[in-house]
Each structure stands twice: as C-alpha cells, then as structure tokens.
Design a protein around this ligand. Structure first.
Ligand code: HEM
Length: 416
C-alpha cells in the first residue's frame, strides 16, 4: 500500500516547502567545502526521507540517515536504470544522453552484472597493489614538472588532474597526451547545465577516441587492460563494440574527476590545517587512515547514487512510492552523528570508519582500491617533496565546483 503523503506536505519538523509552494530545491549548496551542507543535519532529524525539487523541475526524495542510505543502496527494488521516467538526474543533459549511452553505472542486473564481471578482476586489491611502483614513478615525474614550472601554477590542472588522468591512462594503456580532452569530456558530461546535445557530443568524442584505440589493439594487442578487454571479451563475442566503449568510457569518466577533486580538496584542507599536515609528516604510516577520513569528510560524490523505486520502499517510517526517484545522500550518511562521533571533526585516528563515500551495494565504486592508492601516493609525495607548498592568492579567491556531479575545486593557484 502506498502510505506516502503528497509531495512536500509532511515534513514533521517544518513544511519543507519553498516559497513557491513546491518541495525545497535540491541540490543544497555546501557552506564549508569540507563538510556536508549544514541543512543535512535538519533533514536527518526532521525529514529523513524528504521530498525535493531537482534542477530539471522533476521531484524526487532524498534520504539522509546512514542506515537508510545503506538500506536503500543495497535494496534490489532500488533501480539505477536511467531510462525510467522519474530517474532523478540533476541535469537534463545527463538524463537524456544517459538514456542514449546507458553507462553501466546507470543500469540494473542482469546487464549491470555482465559489465561488473568483466571489469572486476582488473580492479582487485592485488591488481591495484601491483600498480604502485608505476603510479609512484608517474607522480614523481609530475612533481618534477610542477617544480620546474613557472610559479604560481594551477594545482588542479598541473597536479590533481594530471595524476588522476595519468593513472587511468596507465591502467588502460591509453596515451596520456589526451589529458585536456578527458578533462573537457568530464566537465561537459558532469555539468548540470549541459544540454543533451552537448553531453552526447562529448561522450561521442570520447567513444570515438576509444574506438580508434580498440582498433589498434585488435591489430596489435599489448599487455594493457584495453588489450585484455579486446582479446578476452570483444573478440570472443562476450561484449559488443558499443558495450566495450561504454565500459571503458564510464571508467575514464567516473575515475578521473572524482580523484582530481579529492586530491585538490585534500591538499587545500591540509594547507588550511597545518596541524593535520604536521601529523602526516610526523607519521606517514597514518596516510591510509587519513585518506579514508578525508573521503568520509568530503563525501564529494554525495548525490551520485541516483535511483528509482521499482516498488514501494519504506525507510524511517516513510514510504517512497513505486516509480518515484530517490537519491541516497552520501554526505548525509557520512556525517550522521548516530554513526560517527563528532562527524564534523577531521580525525585521522578514528577507531572505525565504515564510511560510504564509495557508495554501497552492487554499484559500489569499482575503482575504490585504485582511488585510495592514488590519493595516498599523491598526498604523501606532495607533502614530502614540496613541504613549502602554499596558496598563491587569497583563500577567499579559491573557486569551487558547486554545479558538477562531484564536488571539487575549479582552480587552486599555488606556489612553494
Ligand atoms: C575518490 C575517488 C572516487 C569516489 C569518491 C568515487 C565514488 C563512487 C560512487 C559513490 C559510486 C557509486 C555510484 C552509485 O551507487 O550509483 C562509484 C561508482 C563507480 N566508480 Fe567510483 N569513485 C572514485 C574513484 C573511481 C576510480 C579511480 C574509478 C576507476 C578507475 C572509478 C570507477 C567507478 C565505476 C566504473 C563505477 C560504477 C560501478 C557500478 O555501477 O557498478 N571510481 N564511484
């Protein structure tokens, strides 16, 4: 039975309605870049399953408590299929182009399972561990390049983006001269303001580039991941060319921007907080725990887990009716005081840190081990080799990405 109340009409701690009489607007902007929006605290206590209006003017629900977000993301009735009419994409471009390109992050079983099975063996802890020397060598080169550049430099493009893109290129065996191109593709496809045509064009360009590399690997396979996917999955008929392009394309798109944002934001936090920087310099073995704490605190992929209720789903006593869109707020969950003591504090010594910054359930981030490795190496190397790194301008001039799929920095001018 559908026991939900009409949209926006039942918010125990407040009306939840905007002045225009419709549910409050979502996304909600962050105040502090290193924390969830303050309003999430109110949502969690007063309106844990809240009705919202998205930038597309569609309405959806947002879920903000840790237990509810985990329950939602592990519920087989929560569909990630972007073709469903009420899919809660935050931009019209993503909604329309997504239905055309169907990245597997936005599909359900059994289609999703096939992609996942193909890629999972390449992203295991063991595989990723074997990449450590190559990642370290590349990061060292990028620090060399930065130190040789004329100061000040934009840390986001010269270091954060260069590290994340190089690592994906290294993994797939793709030439790294496409750094700027990849950055543009993600920027356009991840922006809430992009039209469907712009997103289609960007993704079409990306797929075209990968198709060229696939053709090369068919002629002459190497020992990289792309060659392996071609040999084991495309040539055997396990996947079609379009499916392969989609799998590789989403891996590049999902893996680049996220890590770029995490490296840049974490660096800014360490510049803001010399005490935390000192802690890491004094004890580099803290780094893996620090990375997980930074992931929790920033929760940059806050509203990436978009779902549609395939049937009625009940959470915290509220029923999300079948066919309604619903978003599991990762920053809401990761700052839930019921789960994390003093969630606003950055504490590298947290005794247990079961954050869900990488999501939860069947769509949990495929690249999480690689992301952790990249972050550890990028931050440790930077602190060790450029201990005098500092902002080149005023702190107030630092610009943030409030309108893209994952939260991050537009630019960070630094000197040393
Ligand atoms: C700090 C970095 C990262 C964060 C915070 C992050 C976050 C996430 C989240 C929250 C999801 C789940 C979305 C959902 O439930 O709908 C996800 C999925 C995914 N991520 Fe990441 N990610 C990061 C890095 C990476 C990297 C480095 C790669 C690849 C090299 C990657 C590849 C993917 C893929 C392919 C998926 C889709 C998985 C699926 O649908 O089964 N991510 N990521």
């Amino acid at each position: 039975m559908n026991t939900s109340t009409p949209p926006g009409s039942s918010t125990p701690g407040g009306s939840g309605l905007s002045e225009a009489g419709r549910p409050r607007d979502f996304p909600i902007r962050r105040g502090c870049p290193f924390a969830a929006p303050a309003e999430y605290d109110t949502l969690r206590t007063d309106d844990p399953v809240a009705r919202v209006t998205l930038p597309t003017k569609r309405e959806a629900w947002v879920v903000s408590r840790y237990d509810d977000v985990r329950a939602l993301l592990s519920d087989p009735r929560a569909s990630a299929d972007i073709r469903r009419p009420n899919f809660p994409a935050l931009g019209e471009g993503e909604q329309e182009a997504g239905a055309e390109f169907r990245p597997f992050i936005r599909t359900d079983a059994p289609e999703h399972t096939r992609y996942r099975r193909m890629l999972l063996p390449e992203f295991t802890v063991r595989r990723v561990r074997a990449m450590r020397p190559a990642v370290q060598a590349r990061v060292d080169e990028l620090v060399d390049d930065m130190l040789a550049a004329e100061q000040p430099v934009d840390f986001v493009s010269v270091y954060a983006n260069a590290v994340s893109t190089s690592v994906i290129c290294e993994l797939l065996g793709i030439p790294r001269e496409n750094l700027e191109f990849f950055r543009d593709v993600t920027r356009i496809s991840g922006s809430r303001h992009s039209t469907a045509e712009q997103v289609s064009e960007a993704l079409g360009g990306l797929f075209g580039l990968i198709a060229g590399l696939v053709a090369e690997r068919q002629e002459e396979p190497g020992d990289d991941l792309l060659s392996k996917l071609v040999t084991d999955h495309l040539n055997t008929g396990n996947v079609t060319l379009n499916e392969l392009l989609s799998a590789v394309g989403i891996t590049i798109n999902a893996g680049r921007e996220t890590s770029t944002n995490m490296i840049a934001l974490s660096t800014l936090l360490l510049l803001d907080r010399p005490d935390l920087k000192e802690e890491l310099l004094a004890d580099p073995t803290l780094m893996p725990r620090a990375v997980d704490e930074l992931l929790r605190v920033m929760s940059i992929a806050d509203s990436i887990p978009l779902r549609v209720a395939a049937e009625d789903i009940e959470l915290s006593g509220r029923v999300i009716p079948a066919d309604d869109g619903v978003i599991g707020l990762l920053a809401g969950a990761n700052h839930d005081p019921e789960r994390f003591e003093h969630p606003e504090q950055v504490d590298f010594h947290r005794p247990e840190n079961h954050h869900i910054a990488f999501g939860y359930g069947v769509h949990q981030c495929l690249g999480q081990h690689l992301a952790r490795l990249e972050l550890e190496i990028a931050l440790e190397t930077l602190l060790r080799r450029v201990p005098t790194l500092r902002l080149a301008g005023d702190r107030e001039e630092v610009t943030f990405k409030h309108d893209s799929a994952t939260f991050g920095l537009e630019e960070l001018m630094v000197t040393w």
